[in-house]
Design a binder for this molecule. Structure first.
Ligand code: HEM
Length: 485
């Protein structure tokens, strides 16, 4: 057999004699079950899909590098942030939230901004969005919220009644609803939007001292948004517009980059700040906690294979490295469970061994077996610990920084309940033109709602954020602001 050309094989490596004609009994006879190449080809094809992500199904990925530009090692012992000039390979996946795998890119929706840093101490995932806040602030509400963003169980249509019913009953969503219906709800491209960790995280230094941080990736391309009419047109004409733009930019060597900043809050400020700094529906004032530069992320390589890299990528907010820890944010706490659970279901128990997810630092542990264990499975090394055979041992210097907890275990809301001040501040920050576009977008969304009761409840929230905001939405809908607001 000639070796200068690759020859086709079965998945078990045997050469294939005919890949065009199935084996039949005579020229007109039925197909033989003996044609195992045909059977395997059809059977494998039937299993090509894994379940799509239950949220953030449609996405684009890219490889890149993160380089430290400012030494913040007095705040965190995270090795990948330890010195100026240190470079860490990374992978990012951008996504829309509500749509399915084939849905349009240019819809009004938050965008996922999930970054995996392959650090010398294992993978650190920052699974954020292009919004610094979120619609809800307790994980227990997430499945209900997402149901309203997906399809109506009866009609299988997107349903504004569900969306606004939920939002109007959940005033904590007002800030993000305002953000989403503003210009940033329709980014021009994935390159022209910022990314945020959204939650508060804890950084811990070598001395075990902590600070609270919030992450901001600011686009070096600048923030650009898309006109609503163009977004609608593109959604029909080129539903993959954002994926295509990112792919082409990287392919053309026009590498997009983001500068990473953090806001840093002393631990004790969390006890006295004017709202709860762990509440993900709120931003921290930049005057109180200015942005401090950390480094630069540059995307410089497209995936070689979409399924292997983008679809099989598994990001978890629980993937921390020493020096970065969770905060008591009730949403973050729920997410610490939800992602790895999704990955075990969606990709399999050994998803972390797949090339796109595998740590570039060595992995030594006592996990064994499971479906599709393809990495040698620990070979003959001991599979229990403690042991007398020189197996890997824990490193106490990498324990989390202990923190105090107090109070009664109970199901309680955050102590601070002001859902209106920051939503109103955001409205007042907008230019007159953007306010008009915001009101139009909100009115456009609410117009499809059948019950006036829902519209009026939502108008009351807008009014409480800013009387002008509520009045203009009411006018747009041909309604009056309720008297009892
Ligand atoms: C994806 C759950 C809140 C950002 C996902 C997935 C689940 C999930 C199950 C699919 C994971 C997969 O199949 O790989 C939750 C829950 C939340 C929550 C339970 C609240 C308690 C948030 C928030 C953000 C966020 C607040 C942003 C700040 C993302 C992103 C992805 C994602 C970016 C896509 C990751 C990727 O590209 O693979 N979420 N989520 N989620 N979520 Fe959340």
């Amino acid at each position: 057999m000639s070796t200068d050309k690759k020859y086709l094989t079965t998945s078990t490596g045997a050469p294939v004699g005919d890949n065009q004609n199935s084996i039949t009994a005579g020229h007109r006879g039925p197909t033989l079950i003996q044609d195992v190449h045909l059977l395997e080809k059809l059977a494998h094809f039937n299993r090509e899909r894994v379940p799509e992500r239950v949220v953030h199904a449609k996405g684009a990925g890219a490889h890149g590098v993160f380089e430290v530009t400012n030494d913040l090692s007095k705040y965190t012992k995270a090795n990948f942030l330890s010195e100026v000039g240190k470079k860490t390979p990374m992978f990012i996946r951008f996504s829309t939230v509500a749509g399915e795998l084939g849905s349009a890119d240019t819809v009004r929706d938050p965008r996922g901004f999930a970054v995996k840093f392959y650090t010398d101490e294992g993978n650190y995932d920052l699974v954020g969005n292009n919004t610094p806040i979120f619609f809800i602030r307790d994980a227990i509400k997430f499945p209900d919220f997402i149901h309203t963003q997906k399809r109506n169980p009866r009609t299988h249509l997107k349903d504004p009644n569900m969306v606004w019913d939920f939002w109007s009953h959940s005033p904590e969503s007002l800030h993000q609803v305002t953000y989403l219906h503003g210009d940033r709800g329709l980014p021009a491209t994935l390159r022209h939007m910022n990314g945020y960790g959204s939650h508060t995280f804890k950084w811990v230094n070598e001395q075990g001292e902590g600070v609270w941080v919030k992450y901001h990736f600011i686009s070096d391309q600048g923030v650009k948004n898309m006109d609503e009419a163009l977004a609608g047109k593109l959604a029909g004409e080129n539903p993959d517009y954002h994926i295509e733009d990112l792919y082409n930019a990287i392919e053309d060597g026009d590498f997009p980059s983001w500068t990473l900043y953090v806001q840093i809050m002393p631990l004790e400020d969390a006890n006295s700040y004017r709202f709860d700094p762990f509440d993900v529906t709120k931003v921290w004032s930049h005057k109180d906690y200015p942005l401090v530069e950390v480094g630069k992320m540059t995307l410089n390589k497209n995936p070689e294979n979409y399924f292997a890299e983008v679809e099989q990528a598994t990001f978890s907010p629980g993937n921390f490295v020493p020096g970065i820890e969770a905060s008591p944010d009730k949403m973050l706490q729920g997410r610490l469970f939800a992602y790895s659970d999704a990955h075990r279901y969606r990709v399999g128990a050994n998803h972390n061994a797949l090339p796109i997810n595998a740590s570039k630092a060595p992995v030594h542990n006592y996990q064994r077996d499971g479906q599709l264990r393809f990495d040698g499975n620990g070979g003959g090394a001991p599979n229990y610990e403690p042991n007398s055979y020189n197996g890997p041992v824990e490193t106490p210097e990498n324990k989390i920084a202990p923190f105090e907890v107090s109070g009664f275990a109970d199901s309680v809301a955050y102590d601070h309940n002001d859902h209106y001040t920051q939503a109103g501040d955001l409205y007042r920050l907008m230019s007159p033109e953007e306010r008009t576009r915001l009101v139009n977008a909100v009115v456009g969304g609410l117009q499809g709602v059948e019950k006036d009761e829902i519209k009026l409840r939502q108008i009351s929230h807008f009014y409480k954020a800013d009387p002008e905001y509520g009045t203009r939405v009411a006018e747009g809908l041909g309604l009056q602001v309720p008297q009892n607001v």
